[in-house]
Design a protein around this ligand. Structure first.
Ligand SMILES: NC(=O)c1ccc[n+]([C@@H]2O[C@H](COP(=O)([O-])OP(=O)(O)OC[C@H]3O[C@@H](n4cnc5c(N)ncnc54)[C@H](O)[C@@H]3O)[C@@H](O)[C@H]2O)c1
Length: 432
């Protein structure tokens, strides 16, 4: 039972206090701790529920300006529920007041992503513009009464919000504004990821894993890994699972099968219109796709662009970019890392190409077929067949990523090249 409602409004005058009788009355409440502080030494307030207040007075913690925390303390009421729970996982999410997060946060808190035995603490990063909206998000999380959600922190400073994070889901990024060229967007969002990576390098768990969703996600992840030298490069991912899911759906529709029969379906390359959905190695009902869908022209000329342009087609219909299916694909991505990959299957994730078995430039973040033993880590599968068609397509996506890398050389420590050759105004997924 919750004993206090939380007001996270910045500067709200009334401090909420739970009835002090709750603990003594033996109700063992799920105690709510709420702190709201105003920045720059202005008036601050700290609120605690009775259960917590009786144990210790609230102090003002250094470095917690701009951070609002709602902490659900274990109430010891149901030891049966919690006795097999794992250690709380700290999951930082950026762009937490945005569309994708609005779906994803609730999936994370419910346990359907990391498991019903995995309590989590959400550390939510917003931008200056979205800070009030973020408080609304926290209110909805609170009202959802998720037992596994142990704590929520809100803030706009990555150095505070990323503290000890086990996972950082980096969703927040700026959309392209009117008249903005693609190279400008690479620069603007690249700066966000440079700053956030530096913060992760300083304060996150040394095993922290990062998933970049904000576009252009491959290059943002490349900037991230270069600016976080103390975190393992292989822990950086960029999301291409949505593209994989879209490819599976189209193959299943064409074959007249249910999508669960589509396996081994990889996306190669950039999360952009040069991405390569791999029908050469994909299977339907255990058979190679070209043996099931014999229409090669469809596979090459319709399927491939349809998957690559799906985001844009969706915007035309709906007026905004995919959010729910993106959140689902983030959940799929995370689950794939914590579930052993079945034999003869794979999942797609864009990761460092260092040491890759396909001869791809070793200094990129490139989507490739991977498998996991279920421990959160992955390996790149090394025996995919690369025919001439696939090889040529992979080269195109590689060339695009090389150009993107050159455009953001100024954000990559030690980069040897920082000349932007992207003159054409190509689109990011979802923009067209
Ligand atoms: N990789 C993929 O498959 C995929 C799919 C869909 C969307 N995306 C990308 O995901 C990103 C987010 O999409 P959305 O629909 O949620 O957008 P959105 O505009 O609804 O939300 C983005 C949020 O991020 C916040 N933000 C901006 N800069 C920030 C910063 N520096 N720190 C923290 N927060 C910041 C904004 O205030 C906003 O609340 C976009 O870049 C989009 O292109 C990627």
């Amino acid at each position: 039972m919750m004993v206090a409602t939380m007001s996270t409004s910045i500067g709200s005058a009334s401090a909420l206090r739970a009835p002090s009788s709750n603990k003594r009355a033996g109700r063992s409440p799920r105690a709510l701790v709420c702190r709201a502080q105003k920045q720059d030494g202005q008036a601050r307030r700290s609120v605690r529920s009775a259960a917590a207040t009786m144990e210790a007075p609230v102090g003002e913690e250094e470095g917690f300006q701009n951070v609002w925390r709602a902490s659900y303390e274990a109430d010891n009421e149901s030891p049966e529920l919690t006795k097999n729970w794992k250690k709380t996982m700290k999951v930082a999410v950026t762009g937490a007041a945005g569309q994708i997060s609005n779906h994803l946060l609730f999936m994370l808190a419910s346990g359907e992503v990391f498991g019903r035995d995995q309590p989590i603490q959400l550390q939510l990063l917003g931008s200056e513009r979205s800070r009030v909206a973020l408080e609304g998000v926290a209110m909805e999380l609170e009202d959802s009464l998720y037992p596994l959600l142990r704590e929520v922190q809100l803030g706009i400073d990555p150095r505070q919000v990323f503290a000890d994070a086990d996972w950082a889901l980096l969703i927040g990024a700026k959309p392209r504004g009117p008249g903005m060229e693609r190279k400008d967007l690479l620069d603007i969002n690249g700066q966000i990821f440079q700053e956030q990576a530096q913060a992760l390098n300083e304060v996150a768990s040394r095993d922290c894993k990062m998933l970049v969703v904000g576009n252009p996600c491959n290059t943002n992840a490349l900037i991230g890994m270069a600016n976080a030298p103390d975190l393992p490069k292989r822990n950086w991912h960029a999301l291409t699972r949505l593209d994989e899911n879209r490819a599976k759906c189209q193959l299943a529709l064409k074959a007249g099968k249910f999508y669960t029969s589509v396996t081994n379906c990889a996306i190669w390359g950039n999360h952009s219109t040069t991405q390569v959905p791999d029908f050469v190695n994909a299977k339907i009902g255990g058979k190679r796709v070209p043996a099931v869908i014999k229409d090669t022209a469809w596979l090459k000329e319709e399927f491939t662009p349809k998957v690559a342009n799906r985001g844009g087609a969706l915007i035309k219909k709906w007026g905004r970019s995919s959010a729910a299916s993106t959140a689902v694909s983030v959940a799929d991505h995370l689950r794939s890392l914590y579930t052993p990959t079945p034999m003869n299957d794979c999942f797609s994730t864009a990761v460092s190409t260092e040491g890759n078995p396909y001869g791809i430039d070793e200094d990129l973040v490139f989507s490739m077929p991977c498998r996991s033993t279920g421990d959160g880590d992955y390996e790149v599968i090394d025996d995919f067949v690369i025919d001439d068609w696939l090889a040529a397509k992979i080269k195109e996506s590689e060339a695009e990523l090389q150009k993107e890398r050159d455009c953001v050389g100024h954000l990559i420590p030690g980069a040897t090249r920082a000349v932007c050759m992207i003159t054409e105004d190509t689109m990011l997924p979802g923009e067209n």
